[in-house]
Design a protein around this ligand. Structure first.
Ligand code: SAM
Length: 263
């Protein structure tokens, strides 16, 4: 599957198996809005979570009860992955996308709870409007969050600044930002990397940590932390951004819990 597309954006629904659950995402291929189909980097992201959830920072025991927000959620797949691992997730997008997003989140959450009532790790999902840069929308979701997620939300130059400001406004000193990103424009990519590096310690997730089927040469996953928080942990080792250090620890980053253990 390496170089093929992972999703079928022309169908009215897709099914993907994650953590023993069959997630069913409705799509609207006829809509002109980008958020009404599932994008490939969200599939790469959720399968990465699945692969790395048995132990470490993405295990349900570490994520249970953590607050996560997904930006530009579209059909909501990435947020569902974090909820399956125990997070309380707010999935956000522009108003036009919210009916489909709400349907997908509600249907999957209730299906998971009905068919697997023993799924103790499932957190919660809710949906909210959040237009990047809108201060009222940001205030309404009560930042800061433990996790900020976004897949395929960086694709146009004019969106970089409002997106960055939104992420900064939603972050606290211990927030982890996780982005899935498909390279389409070198100009946008370079600007994005520069602005992330100016504000965060940025790590790319090595391909070896991704699901072997759900990866693509143009899709990257990033984990970022505010610079000050990284310095409190093992910042000396991760000052150089975008380093694939091949560490055995997932992504080479230290978890908040590891930092707490050290304190
Ligand atoms: C390419 S789609 C990706 C959707 C989803 N994250 C996925 O991976 O399947 C980009 C998403 O960003 C959202 N978006 C674009 N500009 C936005 C803005 N200014 N504020 C909030 N969301 C925005 C779109 O509505 C859309 O859902």
């Amino acid at each position: 599957m390496e170089e093929d597309r992972l999703n079928s954006p022309n169908t009215s629904a897709i099914v993907i198996e994650v953590l023993g659950h069959r997630l069913h995402l409705s799509q609207d291929p006829n809509s002109k809005h980008l958020g009404t189909t599932v994008w490939d980097s969200s599939m790469v992201f959720i399968k990465f979570l699945e692969k790395n959830s048995r132990k470490g920072r993405f295990s349900p025991s570490k994520l249970k009860g953590k607050r996560a927000i997904e930006l530009g959620a579209g059909c909501g797949l990435a947020g569902l992955g974090m909820a399956l691992l125990g997070c309380n997730v707010i999935s956000t997008d522009q108003i036009e996308v919210l009916p489909l997003l709400m349907r997908n989140m509600e249907r999957n959450a209730s299906w998971i709870m009905q068919t697997n009532p023993e799924t103790a790790s499932f957190g919660s999902v809710e949906v909210a409007e959040l237009d990047w840069g809108n201060k009222d929308h940001i205030r309404a979701v009560c930042p800061p969050f433990d996790y900020i997620l976004g897949t395929d939300i960086v694709y146009a130059e004019h969106l970089l600044e409002p997106l960055l400001h939104t992420i900064l406004a939603l972050s606290g000193p211990r927030t982890t930002i996780m982005l899935g990103y498909e390279l389409r424009s070198t100009i946008v990519h370079e600007q994005m990397i520069q602005s992330w590096r100016d504000n965060f310690v940025v790590k790319t997730i090595p391909r070896s940590k991704m699901d072997s089927k759900y990866q693509h040469s143009s899709i990257q996953l990033f984990i970022m932390e505010p610079k000050a928080s990284a310095k409190r942990g093992d910042g000396d080792n991760i000052q150089n951004s975008l380093v694939d250090d091949g560490s055995d620890d997932c992504c080479g980053c230290r978890s908040k819990e590891q930092e707490e253990d050290d304190d």
